[in-house]
Ligand binder design. Sequence first.
Ligand code: DGL
Length: 272
Amino acid sequence: MNQTRNKKIGIFDSGLGGLYVARAVHKAMPEYDYVYMGDTMNVPYGGRSSEVIYQFSENAIRHLFEAHACDLVVIACNTASVTALAKLQREFLPQNYPDKRILGVIVPTLESATELGATQIGLIATEYTISSKIYDEEIAKITPSARIFGQPTPLLVPLIENQGEKYMDIVLNDYLEPIIEKGLDSLILGCTHYIAIKDQVRDMTHHRVRVLSQDEIIPPKLRDYLHRHPEMEERLSKNGTFSVFATDVSPSFLKNVQKLMGEGYIAQQVDY
Ligand code: DGL
């Protein structure tokens, strides 16, 4: 089918963290057009109820579909992937947008871990992601012999968002020690924010465990998805643009965007 290339790739996160994933995707495939959406007004999602996380996610995705001509949206946020993805794919899309697609980060991350031979897998993430047990359920389908050792790490997002680097080592050490002792071969950073501290985690684990970071995992997985889905790839425009939107463009969000994307970079406020 020969469709006009006029659709964009949306990347959604609860706040800033997903921008690390979006930046890496953009770097790997600079030809496409990207729209990043951070729900900064409602971040953090990690301690909220599933109904609220679902509604925030649906609202953001509807906006990306309707206002930004996205036909493909990647939910970079682990907490939103865990909570909302299944319902969005099974109910929201078929009822409202049968030709559009929404992808999450959990299954691609576990596929990558498996491809690297991981079987004893540590997972650090928000309380919500750990208690959902979705990583455990999904790994059982992919590699039944593998085990997930989950550790909720609720202090990390506030430390990362509030320049708390100097306290990071002590907090990380406290969180990581009990799971490292279990003889892990890999450790998943199961929250977009943690990409910011991946080097610190690698140093702290003395490179004895493989630290799996989603900014390294998602770009090749998305490229692979587009290869396997030419009916989607053929719709995507190729002007190489990258726009950042947020529900609250606070001074600290803008500062962080410019730190990541370059000085003078603009983030636009949306209201939906
Ligand atoms: N971005 C979220 C995730 O990947 C973490 C931050 C939040 O709690 O909203 O899980």
